[in-house]
Design a protein around this ligand. Structure first.
Ligand SMILES: NC(=O)c1ccc[n+]([C@@H]2O[C@H](COP(=O)([O-])OP(=O)(O)OC[C@H]3O[C@@H](n4cnc5c(N)ncnc54)[C@H](O)[C@@H]3O)[C@@H](O)[C@H]2O)c1
Length: 362
């Protein structure tokens, strides 16, 4: 698909979910690598993950902004509040919007479905409406909407690797259903209002200052506290892990290449719409991942060399909403943006363990 190049220098970029794991890294990357850019971060700072960690991430973004000649603005607000979203768009007029704010997590969606509808469905609808109205009065408006989807849309699909050409009509969690809905809603708005949009299906992103609800982080916290770790599906799971720097590189490139606008034979816009996978491309056995995590936690001095890992492992059945395997075919991303994730789990978990050691020895 032809891409319309966007030069981020001199532009305003809105990142929702900017206090989150991926959003904070992306904000820093743009502040460091672009010139005369204004980055507007928007986040309600939910307590789904520790608020202190979100505040620490924001302090890192503040530092990156101070070290650059760029402008960083943070707004605390709820995506589900249409007026709050509309006022950010009317005040800052972003050229590029990256929607990362969402209620994440597959297991949490079983017990707290309402927050997924509020943040992921109504919140995303508010973003689409704001993008639509950004063109009012002949304004240039939003040149590219990039938004987070998820590998969870593939549900229990058996065919691997997962391709964006595969059917994804059978989500197995409400979280997955909201992400698939986002893709459908984006398609409609791209078609009706000619909004260039790109959805990115992320595959298990990990790294320093990551999400505490994710296995590598919660397992580290538990082991450090002398508690047990639960290993789902008796360890018979494969995950395509993606290191944070690879995800950020992918998003950064995608932001700068929007699907081109064109008119179809019927005289109406052909939706400038695309969806890509971003995944490491090497699914790892969960048990191998745990072994590397153990080794790196010892190497970084988080846990002692004689730590009895086996005594803390509890093997449990598969959880509702979970899937046994994720495996990304990211060849379309490579073809269109010349990028392929590079960082393996050894290096990625080493960086996580080293960060963890430093962070928790304050
Ligand atoms: N990390 C992963 O492995 C992964 C995998 C697939 C998809 N994703 C998606 O990528 C995006 C970013 O993920 P992350 O890992 O950085 O998650 P995160 O939880 O660290 O960040 C999300 C941020 O969104 C904010 N938020 C939630 N609801 C909001 C609302 N209603 N209004 C404003 N802000 C709100 C939260 O406070 C949080 O800081 C999410 O959309 C997530 O679903 C992540």
């Amino acid at each position: 698909m032809s891409k319309y190049a966007i030069d981020l220098n001199g532009k305003t970029v809105l990142i929702t979910g900017a206090a989150g794991f991926i959003g904070s890294y992306l904000a820093m990357r743009i502040l460091r690598d672009c010139k005369d850019v204004t980055v507007v971060g928007f986040d309600i700072i939910t307590d789904y993950n520790p608020v202190e960690l979100k505040e620490w991430r924001l302090s890192q973004v503040d530092k990156a902004a101070e070290e650059s000649c760029n402008t960083w603005v943070f707004i605390k607000g709820d995506l589900a509040d249409s007026e709050a979203v509309a006022s950010v768009f009317s005040e800052y007029k972003p050229s590029v919007v990256v929607n990362l704010a969402a209620q994440a997590g597959v297991r949490y969606s079983i017990e707290h479905p309402d927050v997924y509808i509020s943040s992921n469905i109504i919140g995303f609808y508010n973003i689409l409406e704001a993008c639509r109205h950004s063109y009012d009065g002949g304004e240039c408006g939003v040149e590219h909407l990039v938004y987070a989807s998820s590998s969870s849309v593939y549900g229990g699909n058996k065919k691997v690797p997962f391709s964006t050409d595969d059917r994804v009509d059978n989500p197995v969690s409400l979280y997955a259903a909201t992400k698939k809905s986002n893709e459908l809603m984006a398609h409609t708005y791209s078609k009706l209002y000619n909004i260039p949009s790109t959805g990115l299906r992320f595959f298990t992103v990990y790294g320093p200052a990551g999400r505490t609800d994710m296995f590598y982080f919660s397992a580290t916290n538990n082991l450090r506290a002398g508690k047990d770790i639960r290993i789902f599906n008796y360890g018979k799971c494969k995950r395509d892990f993606t290191y944070i720097d690879d995800i950020v590189e992918g998003i950064f490139r995608v932001m700068q290449g929007a699907p081109g606008r064109r008119v179809g034979e019927d005289g109406l816009p052909v939706p400038p719409y695309a969806v890509y996978n971003i995944g490491g491309g090497t699914p790892e056995n969960l048990l191998d991942y745990i072994t590397v995590l153990q080794e790196e936690l010892i190497h970084a001095g988080v846990l002692p060399e004689d730590y009895d890992f086996e005594a803390h492992k509890v093997f449990v059945p598969m959880q509702p909403g979970d899937v046994p395997v994720t495996y990304a075919d990211s060849s379309a991303l490579e073809k269109d943006y010349g990028f392929k994730p590079k960082i393996g789990i050894r290096e990625g978990l080493r960086r996580f363990a080293e960060w963890y050691k430093k962070f928790y020895s304050y």
